[in-house]
Design a protein around this ligand. Structure first.
Ligand code: SF4
Ligand code: SF4
Length: 147
């Protein structure tokens, strides 16, 4: 995949915005819309199904969650979509004139305040990008769930 296409998918930290539950064009949003459409007016059926499988009593909540996913509106961190206050990378990459932290001369810097898990992922992503290049990194993580 070309770099310009990769930039439409991956955040500066290396995480895949295109697989995020809040990404408007992502598989979670698309498939939630498809499922809502396919379920149609399943509400009444769900009430009957409760006699066989108790979790159907919570069908309303399931549908609400699907609507939440289906209504995703984010264009990705690179477009300013993130409101995560502990992340500097989401805007800092512009200041540093790089596409990814792994391509930045200050990597690994101390500007982010990620939790331990995210910090480890950021380090691993950046190290991979730095040593093997963004195209190889994209191929390595493509198709994997983000969570
Ligand atoms: S908010 Fe920051 S850490 Fe989270 S995906 Fe965006 S760039 Fe990465
Ligand atoms: S200074 Fe840090 S947060 Fe900013 S682009 Fe470079 S590595 Fe990423």
């Amino acid at each position: 995949m070309k770099r310009t296409e990769i930039l439409g998918k991956l955040a500066p930290c290396g995480l895949d915005c295109s697989c995020c539950a809040s990404f408007k064009g992502g598989p979670i949003a698309r498939q939630s819309r498809t499922l809502l459409e396919a379920l149609g007016d399943y509400q009444r059926m769900a009430q009957k199904m409760t006699a066989f499988f108790e979790p159907f009593a919570h069908f309303d909540s399931f549908q609400e969650i699907l609507r939440f996913f289906a209504d995703a509106k984010c264009d990705g961190c690179r477009s300013g979509g993130s409101r995560y206050p502990d992340c500097a990378a989401k805007s800092c990459f512009k200041e540093m004139k790089v596409d990814f932290c792994g391509e930045c001369k200050e990597f690994p810097c101390s500007r982010n305040r990620y939790n331990e898990d995210l910090h480890k992922r950021w380090l691993a992503n950046g190290e991979f990008i730095r040593t093997k290049g963004i195209e190889s990194f994209y191929d390595m993580q493509a198709g994997k769930p983000r969570y």
